[in-house]
Structures are given as C-alpha cells and as structure tokens.
Design a binder for this molecule. Structure first.
Ligand SMILES: [Zn+2]
Ligand SMILES: [Zn+2]
Length: 435
C-alpha cells in the first residue's frame, strides 16, 4: 500500500515520511519471513491469544517453512484486557534471544505488541486478524493502568500485514467496528476544518483529502463488507491504517478522531471506573457518530446570539461542573480538571475572542458542516444496515448520555462540537439523541 503527499505540501509543512511498510492482499502473511530477513532479523517473538491462535499457526508455518526460528507466547484468554497483568505476563514470557516482536491480532494484542517492542527495543510487525480499529499505524498503546485508560507512547509498527484471507475471517462484530471507526472520519475531518477556521489550528487539505477518499471507498463497498468480500475488507483495513498514517503526517489526531471518539473514551472510562457496559471501540464510535451527526444537523438550525453566549459563559459554574465530571467519570476526571488549569478554555476573554470569530464566520462554519456531513439518509442507512448490537443501548441511559456529551469538551484540548456549543451558550439546550 502506497501513499504520498506533494512536497512541499500546500499546507506549508514538510510531512515526515512514514518508515513502516504496509502489505495488504491475499496471502501476504507468507511474505513475513522474507520481510524480517531483509531487515536482518532472525528470530521473532510471536504473541497472540486464544482467538487468534489459528492464525498464529499460519504464521508459525510460514516461518518454519522458511527455516526461521521463533519463540512465542499465546495468552490463554479469549478476552484480553490491556492492563498490568497482561503486560506483566508478556514481559515475563519474552525470550531475550528474539530480535523482533510479531503480534497476531488486532486491538489489545496490537497495543501489547507495541508496548513490548518499545520496552525491548525490538522492531515490530503486526499480522492483523481483524480490520476493527485504527491503531495499526499509530505509535501509542491504549492501556488500562491503575484502572484508568491511558495512551502510552510506544512505537509504530515497522511492518503491517493485512492478509485479506485472514481479515475476512474476523468475527462480524469486528468488521462492523472497523467500518464504525471509519464513519467517525466524517466528523473528525469536519471538526478539524471548523477548528482551523475558529482557532487557526493547523490543517492540511491533502491529509484530509486522503482520509475522505479512503472513507468514500469504504462506504461504496459497505454492503460487500458483511458478505466478507475481500475488496471491501481490504478497503476498511487500508482506511484504518491510513487513519494512523494521517495522524503521523499531520502530527495531530485530528484526521482520525473527533467528538465521537470522545464519547467512546468516556464509555471506556466509565467502564473502568464503575463497571458500566462497554463495546468494541469501533462500535462505540459508530453509535456516537450517529449521535454527533444528529447534533451537527441541529447546530445548523441555530442562530448565534452574542448576548446569550456571553451570559452563559459568565454564569458557567466551574466548581459545580467539576463535581459533575467527578460523578460521571470517577478518578479519570482529575486529569481533565487539571488540563483546564493549563488550557483556560473557560477564560472569559478567550471565550469572547472565539465568539467574535464564530459570529462573523458562522456562514462558513455551517458551510463546512453541510459539505462534510453525509446526507442523513446515507448515514442512517449505513448505521441501520450495520445493525449495531442491541447491547449498544446499555452504553448509557439518555440522561447520562447528555452529561457525557457535555463532558466531551473536557477530554483533551481539542475544539469539538461540545465546545462550539458551549461557546454559543447552547450546550445545555440542544437535545442529545439516544443510542
Ligand atoms: Zn500538508
Ligand atoms: Zn478510532
């Protein structure tokens, strides 16, 4: 899989050249021994779990027939959590004779593989078993530490193998999750442009265009995905990998995630803190993309009002809000509260400045929303054909979902829909849909 951006780029940056190699298509797993050997790697360490063990057998067979030695650890679990226990047992099983780490899996195994690779300084390859999330090309691991969700800087894969014969065997829910994570890009690209306009945040049209094209391909192939056609599975896999590549090229997470990902983060944080229900990342993103799109359509109907917005910001009670955050999210709220101390998004002078830009450029903002948001029938059609599991409804009751949407403005320093609505004094008046 190839990608290139013009150099110099019209955005004014010289984009880094990603160092990883990405192979997709039928049978590419058999290229692994040769790809390792070409990097002078002689003995990989494989990690996998109970679900991915059959595919690990294929990898082992490919290595054996090439005469390459290897060591391995197969987690006995089928449902692995990316926590201290899993990381600890992996480190304790690592064979120091090995000069490369190869994970056979997707989400959690990929996070653990990146962690082990970064700890041991060994190059990393991922043999993807499901096109289910967009962490293949990213250099971070999403882990549960002390019961909190953290994103640890680890290392990006040197080699990403998406064998469509393996990927198409993924459980249906993981195929759906992958498409869900791609649908999120409608919102992420839109919010990136909006923040560029309001805050002058860096934006690259070339990177955005790359993601739009990948998303379009996934949507065109949408009905073939659940029939497990390899072209559709490959489109989703490539789109997800490209999401990670785009983040690296842009140096920010903007191309791949927006407010819908923040909903998903909060579902995960509440799951860790209170044991509430959680779904696969991409399933949560799919559901939240539907909610975000609906909220954006409602935002189009607003008439910004300077006095209302100023009065709302003046009356905003931060102490009370912090109490609500703690109640909603638990211990994870502390980092969000601390972030505001350095960021100052609630600072009244900063608010006033943003508000003036929003008021004077409201037509441009709504034009971006109209351009980037797919027609309601299109998105609703995809979501209904995806038939997200009934259990999605247990992610949150409607009252909590409303509170979760408010809290999305505090997750990180990104300017997302909930911040725009806060700036307009409309946040608590807009009606948040239900799951
Ligand atoms: Zn650029
Ligand atoms: Zn994602």
């Amino acid at each position: 899989m190839e990608f290139s951006l013009p150099s110099p780029c019209p955005c004014g940056r010289i984009h880094p050249v990603p160092s990883y190699e990405i192979l997709t298509g039928r049978g590419v797993v058999r290229a692994l021994p040769e790809k390792l050997a070409r990097r002078a790697l002689r003995r990989p360490f494989l990690l996998y779990d109970r679900n991915t063990a059959p595919f690990a057998d294929e990898v082992k067979a490919a290595l054996s027939s090439a005469g390459m030695d290897f060591s391995f650890y197969g987690f006995p679990e089928a449902e692995l959590a990316p926590d201290e226990r899993a990381a600890g047992s992996l480190v304790m099983r690592f064979d120091p004779r090995c000069d490369a780490v190869v994970a056979v899996g997707s989400g959690v195994l990929n996070d653990l593989g990146k962690l082990l690779s970064s700890l041991t300084g060994r190059p990393y390859a991922i043999v993807a078993t499901a096109p289910s999330m967009d962490g293949f090309a990213s250099a971070t691991s999403s882990m549960d530490r002390d019961g909190l969700k953290v994103s640890l800087p680890t290392r990006a894969a040197d080699l990403i193998l998406g064998d469509t014969a393996i990927l198409r065997e993924a459980p249906e829910i993981m195929l759906k999750a992958g498409l869900g994570d791609m649908l999120a890009k409608y919102v992420s690209i839109m919010e990136w442009r909006i923040s560029h306009l309001i805050n002058g945040e860096y934006y690259c049209e070339e990177v955005a265009g790359m993601i739009r094209a990948a998303l379009r391909k996934c949507v065109e192939e949408e009905d073939a995905l659940l029939r497990r056609e390899e072209s559709a599975v490959e489109a989703v896999f490539e789109g997800l990998v490209l999401g990670g590549v785009a983040m690296l090229l842009a140096g920010v997470s903007r191309p791949a995630s927006g407010v819908e990902h923040y909903f998903s983060h909060i579902f995960d944080m509440r799951h860790l803190a209170f044991g509430t229900h959680a779904e696969l990342h991409g399933i949560q993103c799919a559901a939240a993309t539907g909610i975000a799109a609906d909220l954006y359509r409602k935002a189009l109907l607003l008439t910004p009002d300077r006095e209302k917005a100023l009065a709302y910001a003046r009356g905003f009670d931060r102490e009370d809000w912090n109490r609500r955050l703690r109640r909603l999210i638990g211990p994870g709220a502390e980092a969000m509260i601390a972030l505001e101390n350095t960021e100052g998004k609630y600072d009244l002078r900063k608010h006033e400045a943003r508000l003036e830009t929003i008021l004077s450029r409201w037509e441009e903002i709504t034009a971006i929303i109209r351009e980037e948001l797919p027609p309601k029938e299109t998105l609703d059609g995809i979501l209904s054909r995806l038939a997200l599991p009934e259990s999605v409804k247990s992610l949150s009751d409607p009252a909590t979902l409303r509170e979760i949407f408010f809290a999305t403005k505090d997750i990180r320093d990104k300017y997302v829909l909930s911040r725009l609505l806060w700036d307009l004094g409309e946040l608590e008046e807009i009606e948040v849909g239900s799951l």
